[in-house]
Each structure stands twice: as C-alpha cells, then as structure tokens.
Design a binder for this molecule. Structure first.
Ligand code: IMP
Ligand code: MG
Length: 175
C-alpha cells in the first residue's frame, strides 16, 4: 500500500485550475455561440477534469459519457480498448470534443476517435489534460493539451493506480 507521503506533486490544484481555465477559453474562442458542442467524457479517468472544464465554459454544451478501459489493474497500457459504455445520443452532424485525463500511447484516443468518426459527426476534436508524448505508439495528438507530462505513472485529479487516488486534488507520481 502506498502512503501519500511517497507521492511527489507535479501539478498543484491551483496550477491545474489555472490551466483548465485557459483550455476553456481556447475552446470558447474556437466555437461561436450558436454552434452546438457535445463534450464526451471518457470514464473513469476523465471525470474530474471534465467536471471542472465544463463549468468554465460559459455557454450551452451537452455532455455525454463513454466508459473505456485499457489498463485493467496494470500500470501499462494493454493496447486493447474495451468500450464498456458508448454515447447515448446520435452524434451525426454534431460538433464533438472528446475529453480525457491523459494521452500516453494514444491507443485510447486513437481508437475512440475512430469509433466516433464512424458515427459521422460534423467535427471532432480531442482535449487531454496531460500529454505523455514519450509513450506514443499511435500517430495522434490532442487538439487541446493542458500540460506536457514527464514519462511517469501519474495519479490524482481523476487518475488512478489500481483504482486508488482518483480523489487527490493535485497530480503527482509515486516514487
Ligand atoms: P493510452 O491509451 O496509452 O494513451 O492511455 C490513455 C489512458 O490510460 C488514459 O485514459 C488513462 O486513463 C490511462 N493512463 C495513461 N497513463 C496514465 C497514468 O500515468 N496514470 C493514470 N492513468 C493513465
Ligand atoms: Mg482513461
């Protein structure tokens, strides 16, 4: 069992809050008031980031959830994406922003994006709080990125290690 004393902080709650505000501003600048946006949160890791981000978007949006898993209880990606819950509405012709906590190998975002493109949206963008670009195996980058993240296994702010630590208000790593 890891104690919180072993956690090194990478991004404080305040740094995250500031960065999320900037991302929200970027998104708002890219869409006009009358363009409908459906934000698709990838569960479970994306839930806290999504909740904070959408409350900083001062405009009408819709929110959908997909439940996706790739890691199981391991700290490395299996490469196999399992869609446990799909979107519950028709996204044909809609503007979509996929929101996830972190992009590492890119397997998750690449496969989910492809899955959603097949549903023929008008526009599809991706937003990840963290980008662990050194781990990339797929040719994909997120359109909106909060922080470039060192190649460490990080926890907190929605991200887990074997289902623990999602509730930490900051992002850190275990030494
Ligand atoms: P990818 O498919 O390798 O890009 O990994 C993306 C998914 O794996 C994310 O949605 C996260 O849920 C999870 N993940 C990747 N790296 C980390 C990490 O360092 N900590 C916690 N979860 C991670
Ligand atoms: Mg995830």
């Amino acid at each position: 069992m890891i104690s919180t004393n072993d956690i090194k902080i990478l991004y404080t709650a305040e740094e995250i809050d500031n960065r999320v505000q900037t991302l929200a501003n970027e998104i708002m600048n890219n869409y006009s008031e009358n363009e409908e946006i459906i934000m698709i949160c990838l569960l479970k890791g994306g839930f806290i980031f999504t909740a904070d981000l959408i409350r900083k978007l001062s405009r009408k949006i819709k929110i959908e959830f997909m439940s996706v898993s790739s890691y199981g209880d391991k700290l490395e990606s299996s490469g196999i994406i399992n869609i446990k819950q799909d979107v519950s509405c028709d996204i044909n012709n809609k503007n979509i922003i996929i929101i996830d906590d972190i992009i590492d190998t890119g397997n998750t975002l690449f496969n989910i994006k492809q899955h959603l493109i097949n549903k023929k949206p008008n526009k599809i963008e991706t937003c990840c709080l963290l980008d662990k670009s050194e781990g990339r195996l797929q040719n994909i980058t997120a359109d909106y990125v909060g922080f470039k993240c060192p190649n460490k296994y990080v926890i907190g702010y929605g991200m887990d290690a074997a289902s623990n630590y999602r509730n930490l208000p900051y992002i850190g790593y275990i030494e």
